[in-house]
Every structure is written in structure tokens, then in C-alpha cells.
Design a binder for this molecule. Structure first.
Ligand code: AKG
Length: 375
């Protein structure tokens, strides 16, 4: 009970056709191909618009991109992560925590082989307390579930998600609630653009091309408790999304001089949101504070990219059931934004924008060729 009160205090105190058809198609492709690499190179949001250029997505994506600042773009590119302060209101944080309180019993502790650290290493905590993993929140009915569903298309988050994953961003993993009590283990360093042999890891990549950011897999960690300096929790090796050599083995467990010098634990308040590329080496320090650590971790991907497979053959009906049209757009399977993908501009209760719909003549042609309206 005392722990719950402490948690509540911490969560509320700071907040924050035929030949002709082919010729027309070719001209169309050329038009967009030439605009995709503009001479002189527009910067930032403008370049992003060009990269994703197609009738169906440009307009929608641009509206959202304009609200991601140059400073945010600079910091994400520099460090591989970004802390956005005070995104959630105290009421939104409280609603999410209330729902977690109600489902706390469903959390699963990571024990034995499921532990995320090796025993007697700096991130191992007391050696017995495991991280508590809680899922299922998108299927929670009413206000409790709404607190988590709203984060898929939150008006304050859509600009960052669009800038970091592109117009038509999609949810890749189901959201994961992470709960840690004092003494709980953290998570050894993982992620990064290279595998342990130092080879290119295609699933976790970051690029910035002509001002457009690309993350094959983006994490969005919504802070539901405070993380003071030394409390532990999420930690990151700044700039490692651009590393060219494998991480020294001794570094993985977070210790030694390398750990001291290069592992950074951001200070956050309940309501802040931490975006990080999964191409950035990251992990978690053991939890040292009295109050329970709480975050909810979402993973997003560009419109055509998938890592996880929970979307196939379809998201569970319990997950889809309570979604608004904007939220449902974020749960579309991977396919290109120009193929009538719903694209968000504002989020919230907006109806998703399809830009210029794919012409009926093209869909009819595909139907004739392939037997389906999209190739
Ligand atoms: O605890 C954290 O914030 C990091 C968790 C993480 O990296 C993971 O679960 O893959």
C-alpha cells in the first residue's frame, strides 16, 4: 500500500494498359524519380516530403512533419534517442497507472532463462527480482484501455512518429508495460546496427538521407513514473546508432570503465516520452528507487517495414475491437503508403487521410492482371 502511495505521488507530482498505359506509367515514375533527389537538396521536413512523394501521402505526411522541430531532428540524429518532455497530462498519466494497478496481477516476472541479465553483472540487480512484463492493454475495455490506445495516434505524438518512421507509420510490436520494483534486474545492452560479429543487421537500421530520418524499428517509451538520476531504468549508448564496429563483449553487461563513461540514464518525469531507434545500443539499469518503475514501450515501423508478426494473418479481434479510425490506421499491415494507406496528419479523433486515392483504373488493371485490386 505504502509502495502504491509512493508510486502515485511520483506519478502525479511532476508532469509533465497496353503500350500507352506502360508509357504513361513510365512518365509518371520519372516525374517522381526526378523529384525524389532534388538538386541542391531541400532540408528537413521539405526533403522528407520529397522522399515519400506520391499523390496519396505527401499532403498528409507534411502536415504532421511540420510539427517536429529542427532541434528535435538534430538531437535524434545526434544521439539516436530523444526525450520529449511533458507529452502526457497528469490526468492521462493517472488513467494509465490506474489501469495498470487494476491489471498488476497479470504481470509476468522474468525468471530463470527469461532473465535479461547475467548473474553477478552490473545490471543484474539483487540477482533474484526479475522485470515484470505486462501486456494486453490494447484489449482492455473502456477508459483503462483508452489510455493506451490513445497513444497510437496521440496528437502530440503523431508529428514525431511521422518524422521518425515516415507518413503511414505502423505499430509493429504490441505495447509492453515494464514494471520494476526495487532490486529488479535491468537489461543488458542490446540493439544496434550490427550483429555480434559486426555484420550489418538489416532489421535494426537508422539513416538520415537529405534530411529525412529513417528507422526500421523505433521504440517509444512512455514514462508512467519518474526516473531520477541513479534510479536506474532505460539507458543508452549515445550515438551508437551510427557505430561501425561490434560492441566489445565486456561492455554488454554494462560494466567497467566503458560502462561508467558511455552508458547514459536519462532523467525523466511521468508524462515524458523517450523515442529511441532500436539501432541505438540500449538497455536498462537495475531499479534502485523505492517507487515502482513503470513505462509502456511501443515499437513502430515505416509503412513498408515489419519486424514482428502479431499482425499476421490479422491482429486479434480483442485488440482491434475498441480502436478509433485513426488508431486502426496505425494497425494496418505493412504496404506502401501510395496504395491507399490511411495516413494520419493530426491523430486524435481525426479521420485518416488517404491523400489522392489510387485511381480506379489502376486497381481495375491490377484486378485484370493479378486477380486482386493491388499488385
Ligand atoms: O527497460 C527499458 O526501458 C528498456 C527495455 C528494452 O530495451 C526492451 O525490453 O527491449
Amino acid at each position: 500500500m505504502a509502495a502504491l502511495q509512493l508510486l502515485r505521488r511520483s506519478c502525479t507530482s511532476h508532469l509533465a494498359g497496353g503500350a500507352n498505359f506502360v508509357a504513361r506509367r513510365w512518365r509518371h515514375t520519372q516525374r517522381f524519380a526526378s523529384s525524389a533527389v532534388p538538386a541542391g537538396g531541400p532540408k528537413g521536413a521539405e526533403a522528407a516530403q520529397e522522399f515519400y512523394s506520391d499523390e496519396a501521402v505527401t499532403k498528409a505526411g507534411q502536415v504532421a512533419l511540420n510539427r517536429f522541430t529542427d532541434e528535435e531532428r538534430y538531437l535524434f540524429d545526434l544521439n539516436g534517442f530523444l526525450v520529449v518532455r511533458g507529452v502526457l497530462s497528469p490526468a492521462e498519466v493517472a488513467a494509465a497507472n490506474d489501469a495498470m494497478d487494476a491489471h498488476q496481477e497479470d504481470a509476468q516476472e522474468r525468471n530463470g532463462i527469461l532473465r535479461n541479465t547475467r548473474l553477478r553483472t552490473p545490471f543484474a540487480g539483487d540477482g533474484s527480482s526479475g522485470r515484470l512484463d505486462l501486456g494486453g492493454m490494447l484489449a482492455w475495455p473502456s477508459a483503462g484501455g483508452d489510455a493506451f490506445r490513445s497513444l497510437l495516434a496521440h496528437p502530440k505524438l503523431v508529428p514525431a512518429l511521422t518524422a521518425l518512421c515516415g507518413p503511414g507509420y505502423r505499430m509493429d510490436h504490441l505495447p509492453l508495460g515494464i514494471l520494476q520494483n526495487r532490486g529488479s534486474e535491468g537489461f543488458a545492452l542490446h540493439g544496434g546496427p550490427l550483429n555480434s560479429e559486426g555484420q550489418f543487421n538489416p532489421t535494426l537500421q537508422y539513416r538520415c538521407m537529405n534530411g529525412t530520418l529513417f528507422n526500421s524499428l523505433l521504440a517509444m517509451s512512455v514514462q508512467l513514473s519518474d526516473h531520477e538520476a541513479g534510479d536506474g531504468g532505460f539507458c543508452v549508448v549515445r550515438g551508437s546508432h551510427k557505430q561501425n564496429f561490434p560492441m566489445p563483449k565486456a561492455f554488454i553487461d554494462g560494466g567497467g570503465e566503458l560502462g561508467e563513461a558511455h552508458v547514459h540514464q536519462p532523467v525523466t518525469r511521468a508524462g515524458d516520452v523517450v523515442f529511441f531507434s532500436e539501432a541505438t545500443v540500449h538497455g536498462a539499469m537495475p531499479w534502485n528507487a523505492e517507487h515502482q518503475r513503470r513505462v509502456v514501450l511501443y515499437r513502430f515501423a515505416p509503412a513498408t517495414v515489419a519486424y514482428s508478426r502479431a499482425y499476421a494473418p490479422a491482429w486479434a479481434e480483442a485488440v482491434r475491437e475498441h480502436l478509433t479510425p485513426a488508431q486502426r490506421a496505425v494497425l494496418e499491415p505493412p504496404y506502401a503508403a501510395r496504395l491507399d494507406r490511411p495516413v494520419l496528419t493530426k491523430g486524435g479523433d481525426e479521420k485518416p487521410d488517404y491523400g489522392a486515392p489510387r485511381p480506379e483504373v489502376k486497381k481495375a488493371f491490377d484486378q485484370a492482371v493479378f486477380g486482386s485490386r493491388y499488385f
